[in-house]
Design a protein around this ligand. Structure first.
Ligand code: COA
Length: 221
């Protein structure tokens, strides 16, 4: 892999990478016509840079794990916005970017989702939680002691987002569902949940000021 400022590579299966977003010379030549057109439509320059850099990084990672060249990795997007690799459906991947940080997860014969968020003590956290969390999650979160509430918010948010990405449920498309209709198992019940339905969660160690979560399950046979 060429010169990314890697913060962390976590695990082997699925593997996840967390690194600073950076562009390399010629990166745009790796993008498909659809991706270039999408990049053109992103007027916010940092967001555009994040998009281009992440799509190039994921091609380099997929090329490495499938022993090919980044230019031979072809990506498409399903109707929910979930990207996939067109020539090898054994591999699944997920991308997240947040304020100069990029997270990518790649696994074989799994469904995988990853999320990274910058942790900020946003005003009106409670209103956002009301909108995003299910009633049970909201009750549990509100019982967190005040000093830990911001961290608990981002832990739940990223685990939930990673799960939604693994499922391929976004806020757009025909599969779209309100996030408040989905309840994650409490952290202390996740191993039991895993035994029942096969989903795993881990929290990749993220740099200061960021929170990340990885979620995966073996693919359906
Ligand atoms: C689009 C969504 C998947 C994530 O968006 P986000 O958190 O704003 O942004 P991230 O950078 O973490 O993820 C964006 C990436 O997710 C991927 N993605 C988009 N739609 C996806 C879907 N339906 N399923 C899986 N992955 C998807 C894409 O790779 C996208 O990157 P791209 O711009 O390079 O194509 C979706 O879950 C969403 O709309 N979230 C909004 C926030 C929210 O409701 N959070 C609830 C948490 S409690």
């Amino acid at each position: 892999m060429i010169g990314y400022e890697y913060i962390k590579r976590i695990g082997k299966h699925p593997a996840a990478w967390l690194f600073r977003t950076e562009l390399h010379p010629g990166d745009e030549s790796l993008l498909s016509c659809a991706e270039l057109a999408r990049a053109e439509r992103i007027t916010n320059q940092p967001r555009r840079r994040e998009f281009v850099a992440a799509r190039c990084a994921v091609r380099r990672i997929l090329a490495e794990v499938t022993a090919t060249e980044p230019g031979c990795v072809h990506l498409a997007t399903d109707e929910s916005g979930r990207p996939y690799m067109t020539e090898d459906n054994r591999y699944d991947f997920s991308i997240s970017h947040s304020h100069d940080m990029c997270a990518i997860a790649v696994g074989r014969d799994v469904r995988v989702g990853i999320d990274v968020e910058r942790v900020t003590d946003r005003p009106r956290l409670d209103r956002i939680a009301e909108f995003m969390f299910s009633p049970d999650e909201l009750t549990a979160w509100r019982c967190t002691e005040p000093a830990r509430r911001v961290a608990a918010f981002y832990r739940l948010w990223t685990r939930k987002e990673a799960y939604l990405k693994a499922l391929g449920i976004g806020l757009n498309g025909t599969q779209a569902r309100s996030t408040s209709t989905i309840t994650l198992p409490p952290e202390n019940a996740q191993s039991a949940w895993h035994a029942q339905v096969g989903w795993h969660w881990t929290e990749p160690e993220a740099p200061d000021g960021y929170q990340a979560a990885l979620c995966w399950r073996p693919s359906e046979p």
